[in-house]
Design a protein around this ligand. Sequence first.
Ligand code: PMT
Length: 297
Amino acid sequence: MEADFQFGDVEELFRSAPTLKDEFVIRENLEKFIHRNCELGRRLVCITSGGTSAPLERNCVRFLHNFSSGNRGAVSTEYFLQAGYAVIFLYKRNSSQPYCRRIVECFKPDHSSSVQDRIELMECAVQSYHESVVQGKLLEVSYETIFQYLQLLRLIARNMNCLEKNAMFYLAAAVADFYVPWEAMDEHKIQSREGPLTIQLALVPKMIKVLRKQWAPSAFCVSFKLETDSTILMKKAKEALHKYNVHAVVANELTTRNEKVIVVTNEGEKTIEKDLDVEMPLVQFLKERHREFIECK
Ligand code: PMT
């Protein structure tokens, strides 16, 4: 049985979380970006990407980390930009960023192209990235901890609420389910000489519920479901669709996540298999569902 939570738990988490550094600057950049894209009538998607870390100490040396390379979010960002969306890319520092995979590929020892061709490929990637940023279509916001991720998601979602149906959330980040509340945390590095460590972890409330109900209720919302046990994946994805009242759930298994995903909507299930990659057909499919959602009165 999955534990449920009260909205009071959410308030408590935000109340006790450490203050967001540079909040004023981030807020100002966000407001400008959203306002401008809203005026231009662009659709806007917030893509969350990468793992989150839950610190064990305030001056953090150790933390619990959720696995995610950030590849799904970074590559999807490229395709959403190509599809005409403006993108807010909320990503874990040091995880994959849009267009970087093309540069990394150029450094592989088995690359068949000449050095000159590789330089051109890299230039092209940097150019695409640069254009998206200077044309005001891509805004990147980074986080490190679960506290920062949740505060930034709330800030972005509340601001995007004004876009109503033109807004989309694509929640591909691997979000911690457990954390040590800030008030219960040691100030300094936990000392091993004190013997074996027992930690009481609290549950992170499912923020997707709050996002749908309070922060941005008119937006199109895509959640992800990651499992390692294939026998429970589809059951959990279908449950999530109704439980969190989202428009689509992208179900994926850890080991095959780059080959295949299954999108669950109220209309049924759609299996999406790798073409060049999985993200291209996935973004195409979701763009169409979003268009139908906007056109439906
Ligand atoms: O980054 P890659 O290496 O390319 O891998 C991509 C991926 C496997 C990480 C991605 O495709 C994926 O599945 N991301 C979601 C992973 C995850 O957190 O799954 P979950 O089953 O624990 O959570 C389901 C949903 O609830 C997620 O959309 C999450 O944003 C949301 N959630 C989770 C915890 C929490 N406290 N609040 C939430 O809202």
